[in-house]
Design a protein. Structure first.
Length: 749
């Protein structure tokens, strides 16, 4: 029987993998599957029952007939579509061309993984006299994908969105990118106005569910005032339509010139000039959003129309201050000065108009972020709550109000379940808002809901394809669940945009270490731009202790103060393994002293303090000071009880010995590790054989190693996350293991 899908070529493949997984509980059921993309029609059979028919069904049947039990065979058309996404590449295995009924030849691809599919050559293929070498080419998707199943009766039909194909890519017809508007304002102090107009326009468009809107981070890379290849930009961003234009402000008047262009055909859908006074311009962004949506054929619900057309305020001075705040918020450098600038601007806006609910919302969000990152004082949290209360009083049902409440619970109260509920409510009214989608993904990851986190981050990357931070979060999440081919592909995507990105380089190295592939790491650590600590750790894994000591010793003088204790820890371990125990002890003591000095400089209650205390606990452990190690771990855990690596520090205790091999086995058998620890990674540790003889600190029940989740959430504060080094530190003598959260609850889901 047939299962029919109308949205994506990935849907039937993922369905096939899920069916295979479910059938493991029923080994007596032998199943083969064939997947093809082609025309499918709904029909009524002789018994007056709804059914499906067409060339797509017939070809899927022929593909399936070529396989044996357990096979998931694809036609070349489906394989070509999947091959557009690098994460499928490791699972596609060409079988060549094979003749089927009526003189038709089909080009077959066998899909299998370590857990699903049948890697054996089908019997019918074995007896074929000729096979054609595989050459996968990209093609567009035709109408639907049909999955033929030898057993199981079901029919799924989904509504299909119109797509257009360009350069082998599938691009939604109802999609748009608003490029930076050229600022023609002569007064420098009003330069923010064009950015504010664009940002508000994007915010209004993001409220329309029937429209794919590319987020600001990706479009800001195509600056105004220069010649732009719109067709190339549209393909890079995955959209059909592009908006570009200019903004000029002179005194109390503004002129906004906008054109909507079908970038794939270079056809101007409409061009419009808007001459307004500032008072008349308050609803302009909503008006523009409605024009753009109509131009690309999007349909708005009555609720969406009301939200888009709503005038945010009637006070022009308040709106002017609000746009300044949005410009600060949208800055690529969301540092402390810009956060404070946004807070001042939003505060000015609400002072001028106390009923300006969106300004209260943005003020609360900025105050919550400041509390989370820079100023964890009761006064700062109270300021966030005060702004939130005003927004709740003015309009508790506004999606943006739920957004502010979500950030307050997330950043202010560490109430992740409560924050998730609010973000999901906000998403209903802001379906294309990447900030909302990313927040949901990060919380799902914190809660150990890895599949949900990946699905949300894939949406975020689709809407913000050139946002390096979003791609890094997706990549590290893939790594956390050991989907290393997909993680590596995502890191490569980041490096294609920014070849010198140290975070992506370091995490790519760690992904290769997790698979035990030291050879693949060599060309990466040979790059001058790679962090020397990674180069030293590679030498350590290769048992080249003298080389590791040399690399780390040379790197120390140029290592930033906040990262120096990592380098010292690596150096101490290398000295210890080289047999120079006295030098190792002195180095560990220096690391402890550096950490103590660093603790004196950080604001109390911050994530920086939590990280430093966890590191200090590890350092005390290798110095044999068990009581101090446990004490620091407990202090770190108290700062954030939900943090995955801080949990482990709190559970650490003194023991006589523990088998690291047993720990490695426990770690590698976890369904979702959220960790860098794998059997291969633990095997790289040069101390593996000596650990059972060592007295030190060990974690209850051998929990997992550190995840990089919480650091990747805050890349602006941590230019080079050191999670991987922390994981290795937790594996070091005499601390056999570090851990993350207990995933026993995940199995109950």
């Amino acid at each position: 029987m047939a299962l029919v899908f109308f949205n994506s070529p990935e849907e039937p493949v993922r369905c096939a993998l899920e069916i295979t997984e479910a059938l493991k509980a029923y080994p007596q059921l032998q199943l083969r599957m064939g997947i093809h993309s082609g025309p499918v029609s709904g029909v009524t059979d002789v018994n007056d029952r709804s059914n499906v028919a067409g060339a797509g069904i017939n070809m899927a049947q022929r593909v399936m007939d070529c396989g044996d039990a357990g096979h998931i065979l694809l036609s070349k058309r489906v394989a070509d579509d999947l091959a557009q996404h690098e994460w499928w590449h490791p699972y596609l295995h060409d079988l060549g061309e094979y003749p089927v009924k009526h003189g038709v030849n089909v080009f077959l691809v066998n899909l299998y993984t370590d857990q699903a599919g049948n890697p054996q050559l089908p019997k019918k293929i074995k007896v074929a006299e000729q096979r054609v070498a595989a050459t996968l080419r990209r093609r567009s998707i035709i109408v639907a994908a049909a999955v033929l199943l030898a057993a199981l009766v079901a029919l799924f039909i989904y509504k299909r969105q119109p797509f257009r194909s360009y350069g082998g890519e599938l691009i939604p017809q109802k999609s748009v990118a608003v490029l930076p508007l050229e600022n023609l304002t002569e007064e420098k102090e009003n330069a923010y106005f064009a950015d504010g107009v664009q940002d508000e326009l994007l915010s209004n468009l993001s409220k329309i569910k029937d429209l794919k809107v590319i987020s600001r981070t990706s479009v800001m890379q195509y600056k105004a005032g220069i010649t732009r290849n719109l067709k190339e930009i549209a393909q890079q961003l995955g959209v059909t339509n592009v908006v570009e234009g200019s903004v000029r402000r002179f005194g109390n008047h503004i002129r906004v010139s906008v054109q909507l262009i079908d970038a794939l055909t270079d056809r101007h859908i409409w061009v419009q000039n808007y001459d307004r006074t500032l008072a008349d311009s308050l609803a302009l962004q909503g008006e523009l959003a409605m024009e753009i949506a109509a131009g690309v054929g999007s349909t708005l619900s009555p609720q969406e129309r009301a939200r888009v057309e709503a005038t945010p305020t009637k006070n022009t001075a308040a709106y002017d201050a609000y746009l300044r705040g949005r410009a600060f918020s949208a800055s690529s450098q969301w540092d402390r000065s810009n956060v404070e600038g946004a807070i001042r601007s939003f505060q000015e806006a609400v002072n001028l108009d106390p009923n300006f609910v969106l300004a209260w919302v943005r003020l609360s969000c900025a105050q919550s972020w400041s509390y989370f990152t820079y100023d964890p004082s009761p006064a700062r949290l109270a300021a966030a709550k005060d702004a939130l209360n005003h927004a709740l009083t003015l309009n508790p049902n506004l999606p943006e109000t739920h957004l502010a409440l979500g950030y307050y619970r997330y950043h202010g109260q560490r109430d992740y379940a409560g924050a998730l509920a609010e973000f999901e409510r906000a998403e209903q009214g802001l379906p294309n808002d990447v900030d909302v989608i990313t927040a949901i993904a990060l919380i799902q990851r914190r809660l150990g809901h890895w599949d949900e986190a990946i699905a949300e981050m894939r949406r975020a990357v689709e809407l913000d394809p050139r946002n390096i931070n979003a791609s890094l979060i997706l990549a590290t999440t893939y790594g956390a669940v050991r989907r290393f081919p997909e993680a590596l592909a995502a890191f490569d995507r980041v490096l294609a945009f920014e070849p010198t990105n140290r975070v992506a380089l370091g995490e790519k190295v760690s992904a290769f270490w997790a698979t035990g592939d030291l050879k693949a790491v060599e060309p990466l650590v040979a790059e001058p731009r790679v962090d020397p600590l990674l180069r030293g750790l590679q030498a350590l894994f290769q048992r080249r202790y003298a080389t590791a000591i040399e690399i780390l010793s040379k790197a120390l003088p140029n290592t930033p103060e906040e990262e120096k204790h990592f380098a010292l820890f690596r150096l101490g371990l290398s000295q210890q393994l080289a047999g120079d125990v006295a030098a190792a002890h002195a180095t560990y003591q220096q690391a402890a002293q550096d950490l103590q000095r660093a603790l004196e400089k950080v604001a109390p209650g911050t994530f920086q303090e939590a990280e430093l205390r966890a590191s200090l606990g590890v350092t005390y452990a290798v110095l044999g000071e068990a009581a101090s190690a446990v004490s620091e771990g407990q202090k770190a855990m108290a700062l954030d009880p939900t943090s995955k690596y801080l949990r482990s520090a709190g559970r650490c205790r003194s023991r006589n010995s523990h088998s690291q091999a047993a720990i490695a086995d426990t770690l590698s058998r976890r369904d979702y590790s959220g960790a860098v620890a794998t059997r291969s990674r633990v095997g790289l540790n040069p101390e593996r054989s000596s650990l059972p003889k060592t007295r030190g600190i060990d974690c209850a029940k051998g929990r997992k190693i550190v995840t990089s989740s919480w650091l990747t959430e805050m890349p602006r504060r941590f230019p080079l996350p050191r999670i991987r080094q922390r994981a290795d530190a937790l594996l070091s003598n005499p601390l056999p293991c570090g851990s993350g959260r207990d995933h026993s609850d995940d199995r109950k889901r």
